[in-house]
Design a protein around this ligand. Structure first.
Ligand code: ADP
Ligand code: MG
Length: 477
């Protein structure tokens, strides 16, 4: 009696069922259809290219062993892949691919598909997928126009702009943007997405936070619809995944993302990723995924400097039609320096206050509000910074503070630096002394007294001290 493909496959499935968990069995083996058995070659039909790759990667050994056991030691497996039809002729068609040989023979020709029929030349290019409308999930307020440029973001911004003008067509693929919380990663991704939509109306753009991707995947997995999940992502031209650090230790999500990534990348689609740290610092991430991330450009967003913070505040005020006294804006920009989100939060608090009290916010009120708002406001200034400020002020070279020079200007700068270090930091006299070429605590006490004395008698000096105190106060971040 000759066995049919159905018979053989049924027996194979029994063995497979014993060797994989039920979920995987349902996902990856239930949808397979045996097609034909010719001599010792069994052909099975799988629903997609992706499916085939998944089986090859995860189950090829099991499949091969099982087939050999059922047929004979030379038995082989061939796949028939169902491809989407092109737009003119929507009938799906199939391509056949033999299983890969053992690891040692990774000749790509072994994997080269043979086309059934003559519908297309290159079966790996899925032609004319039915156009499905996808909501890109983009926030239209996050654009390049509203994203203020500064040293902190220049490279990321211009790489993003280049990508937006030529998605998939630059070497920035993937573009990985990393940086701490509130520094503009999400804003930049949306800006790129919005720009792509403006430049290319036909491109399918999708922004997805990584947690959403994971949750979606789990849902599809539960419903045995992983294929649909994959199909969906394969349609995207520009895929942006935000906060990929949340993929850490999620092996199956990483697995599926790896495959989606490869597919998109190989077909010239653009991938953009953001992360709260550099890829090399991501833990719990598969090495092969990390190596993919490094194929394009990795660039960071850092904390904006004072000028950029001012520009961001001014832009926000302008777009919201708000006016605040310049010293208030400067005060905020000086003191709220951790990230842009806090900067915005501070501005909103000021506004809330002014509309509540129906009067403009002055510096005093601003100080009170910001103090409650930002933990870091009373953070210490460093002794180095004090020394530098004083030396700049009096045009004295900084290293002179540590030397024994008794020149008047140097002595004054040294004493004043010690005095300011005492009043602005919590450092002990001993520690302060160390910053001045290892002078002892009594020298520091003496210096502080000398400064107080001089302030009493020398108006110009007193003004200098007040100026410097202001400057240091402003810089405290
Ligand atoms: P992240 O995703 O890095 O945590 P977001 O993109 O959510 O940060 O940015 C936080 C807030 O700061 C957003 O409201 C964003 O619009 C704003 N923001 C960040 N960077 C800039 C910038 N360079 N110019 C203007 N606004 C910015
Ligand atoms: Mg974000």
């Amino acid at each position: 009696m000759t066995k049919t493909a159905d018979d053989v496959w049924k027996t194979c499935l029994k063995i497979i069922k014993d060797n994989v968990n039920l979920q995987s069995y349902k996902t990856w083996f239930d949808p397979i259809k045996p097609v034909k058995l010719e001599k010792n070659v069994l052909t099975i039909q799988v629903p997609s290219q992706f499916f085939y790759e998944w089986l090859e990667e995860h189950y090829v050994t099991l499949l091969r062993k099982t087939i050999k056991r059922e047929l004979d030691k030379d038995a082989r497996l061939e796949y028939q892949i169902v491809m989407d039809g092109n737009s003119g002729n929507n009938a799906p068609y199939t391509v056949n691919i033999p299983t890969s040989n053992t690891g040692s023979n990774k000749n790509p020709e072994v994997l080269a598909p043979m086309v059934l029929g003559n519908q297309i030349k290159n079966p790996f290019v899925i032609p004319g997928l039915k156009k499905v409308q996808i909501d890109s999930q983009l926030n239209s307020n996050y654009t390049f126009e509203t994203f203020v440029e500064g040293d902190c973001n220049r490279l990321a911004r211009s790489a993003g702009f280049a990508v937006a003008n030529k998605p998939g067509g630059t070497s920035f693929n993937p573009l990985v943007v990393h940086g701490g919380v509130g520094l503009g990663k999400t804003h930049l991704l949306h800006a790129i997405g919005n720009q792509v939509k403006m430049n290319y109306v036909d491109k399918t753009v999708l922004y997805v936070p990584s947690e959403k991707f994971t949750n979606q995947f789990i849902d599809y997995l539960k419903n045995n619809a992983v294929n649909e999940f994959i199909h969906f992502y394969q349609m995207i031209d520009v895929l942006m995944v935000d906060d990929i650090q949340f993929f850490a230790n999620k092996d199956r999500t990483q697995d599926i993302f790896f495959h989606i990534f490869n597919h998109l990348h190989q077909s010239g689609k653009q991938i953009l990723l953001s992360s709260d740290r550099a890829p090399r610092d991501l833990e719990g991430m598969e090495e092969r995924l990390l190596s993919r991330f490094k194929m394009g450009l990795t660039t960071d967003l850092s904390i904006p400097d004072f000028e950029t913070r001012m520009a961001i505040l001014e832009k926000k005020m302008y777009s919201d039609g708000i006016e605040l006294p310049v010293e208030v804006v400067e005060f905020v920009a000086y003191n709220v320096s951790s990230n842009v989100r806090e900067l915005e939060g501070a501005l909103i608090s000021l506004l809330a206050q002014s509309s509540l009290n129906k009067k403009d916010v002055d510096l005093e009120t601003a100080k009170k509000i910001i103090k409650n708002f930002v933990k870091s406001i009373s953070r210490e200034v460093s002794i180095d910074f004090i020394q530098k400020s004083v030396c700049d002020y009096f045009s004295v070279p900084m290293d002179k503070l540590k030397e024994k020079t008794r020149k008047r200007a140097v002595v004054q700068a040294r004493q004043l630096s010690m005095y300011l270090a005492k009043s602005f930091t919590k450092s002990s006299l001993k520690v302060i002394g160390r910053y001045f070429g290892g002078r002892d605590h009594s020298t520091v006490i003496h210096s502080c007294q000398a400064v107080r004395d001089l302030m009493d008698t020398d108006k110009e000096f007193r003004e200098a001290v007040v100026d410097l105190e202001k400057k240091i106060q402003m810089s405290i971040t």
